[in-house]
Design a protein around this ligand. Structure first.
Ligand code: HPA
Ligand code: ZN
Length: 324
C-alpha cells in the first residue's frame, strides 16, 4: 500500500452501508438471530462474490442484508464500517441506506435509522468523524413505495441530509421518480441519484433535469457523451465514481479501461468511493490504489480526486476549510 494514499485525508460520498456487511458479520448476525443462510460458511459466501453485472450483485446484496433484524444489528454494521474507514484516514462520510429493503421484510424504519444514527454519533464523538445520512429509494420498486418511505422518514427528518436512488438502473429511468423527488425537494432534502452506471448518458441528463439532483452517483457513462462531459465540467456537477465496483460489475473490462483519468483531465469534479466495499474487493485506500496501479494515475491526480471529494461533500464551508 502506498504511504501517500494511506496518509491522504479522505471523504467518502458513495457508500451503501448494507454493502459494507462482511461475510463474517453476516454469519455472526445470522447466528444471533437464528437465521439459516443458503451458504454453509463465510468462505462459501465470499466465493459467490463473482458478478456478471449489477443485477447478479444485487441478488446477493439483498440476501446478505436479510440477517439485519434489530437496532443493534444496524449499529454493529455501521460501527464496523466506520471503524474501518477511520483506520484508513477517512474524515467524513455520506452514507446511503436502503430502508425499503428492510421495511419490506417487516423491520420498522425506526429500528433501521436509530441503529445507524447511533453509530454515526459514536464515530463523531470518538474520532471526530463527520457524516451525513442519505435515504435511498429502490428504483426497481414502484414510485408509490418511495413516496410511502418518505412519509415513514418524516419523524426522523432531522437525521437525514438527502435522498438518493439505487438498485437496478436499466428499465428504471429517472422519470419514474419525478414525483417522489419533487416531494423530497419540498421537504428540504438534498438530492442525488445513481445514473450512468449501467444506464445510458441520457439517464444522467434526466437525473439532472427531471429529478434536479445536485450530484450524480457513478456517472461514468458520461465518457460516451462529450457534450455532456462539457456541461458537467462547466457546472462542477460532482460524480461519485467507484472504480473497484465498476470493475467487479463489469462496467469496465479492466482498470486500464476505466474512464476516471479522462474525466478528471476533462475538468470534471470526479471523486473516489467504495460503493459496496465488502463485495467489491476493497475500501477507500484500495480504490485509490487501483487507480494508481491499474490506471497509472499520479499522486498529484489522486490528491485532486481527494480535494474534489471535499468540494463535492455536504460539509459547511467552515468544515471544508478544516479538512483541506
Ligand atoms: N448500483 C445500484 N444500486 C446499488 C449499488 C450500485 O452500485 N450498490 C448498492 N445498491
Ligand atoms: Zn452505489
Amino acid at each position: 500500500m502506498s504511504a501517500f494514499i494511506e496518509q491522504l485525508p479522505k471523504v467518502e460520498l458513495h457508500l451503501h452501508i448494507e454493502g459494507s456487511l462482511e461475510p463474517e458479520l453476516v454469519f455472526a448476525l445470522a447466528r444471533r438471530n437464528g437465521i439459516t443462510l443458503d451458504y454453509p460458511d463465510e468462505s462459501a459466501l465470499r466465493a459467490a462474490y463473482d458478478f456478471d453485472d449489477l443485477q447478479s450483485f444485487l441478488n446477493i446484496y439483498y440476501a446478505g442484508m436479510s440477517v439485519l433484524q434489530t437496532e443493534q444489528d444496524f449499529f454493529d454494521m455501521a460501527h464496523a464500517y466506520l471503524a474501518r474507514a477511520h483506520g484508513e484516514n477517512v474524515r467524513h462520510v455520506e452514507i446511503f441506506f436502503d430502508p425499503q429493503a428492510h421495511t419490506d421484510r417487516g423491520v420498522p424504519f425506526s429500528v433501521v435509522i436509530t441503529g445507524l444514527h447511533r453509530a454515526l454519533e459514536q464515530a463523531r464523538h470518538d474520532w471526530g468523524m463527520s457524516s451525513r445520512l442519505i435515504l435511498s429509494f429502490l428504483r426497481h420498486l414502484p414510485e408509490a413505495s418511495a413516496i410511502d418511505t418518505l412519509r415513514q422518514a418524516e419523524p426522523f427528518r432531522h437525521w437525514l441530509a438527502g435522498v438518493g436512488l439505487d438498485s437496478a438502473e436499466q428499465g428504471n429511468p429517472p422519470e419514474k421518480f419525478v414525483r417522489a423527488y419533487a416531494l423530497a425537494r419540498e421537504q428540504g432534502y438534498r438530492l442525488v441519484a445513481h445514473a450512468g452506471e449501467e444506464g445510458p448518458p441520457q439517464y444522467i441528463r434526466d437525473a439532472l433535469e427531471l429529478l434536479r439532483v445536485e450530484r450524480i452517483d457513478h456517472g461514468v457513462a458520461a465518457i460516451e457523451d462529450p457534450a455532456l462531459m462539457d456541461e458537467l465540467a462547466a457546472a462542477r456537477i460532482p460524480l461519485t465514481v467507484c472504480p473497484l465496483s465498476n470493475l467487479k460489475l463489469k462496467v469496465v473490462d479492466s482498470m486500464a479501461d476505466h474512464p476516471m483519468a479522462k474525466l478528471l483531465q476533462a475538468g470534471l469534479c470526479v471523486t473516489v468511493n467504495s460503493d459496496d466495499p465488502a463485495y467489491f474487493g476493497g475500501y477507500m485506500n484500495a480504490n485509490f490504489l487501483a487507480l494508481q496501479q491499474g490506471l497509472g494515475m499520479t499522486d498529484r491526480e489522486l490528491l485532486q480526486l481527494a480535494l474534489n471529494g471535499v468540494e463535492a461533500s455536504w460539509l459547511s464551508p467552515e468544515e471544508k476549510t478544516l479538512l483541506m
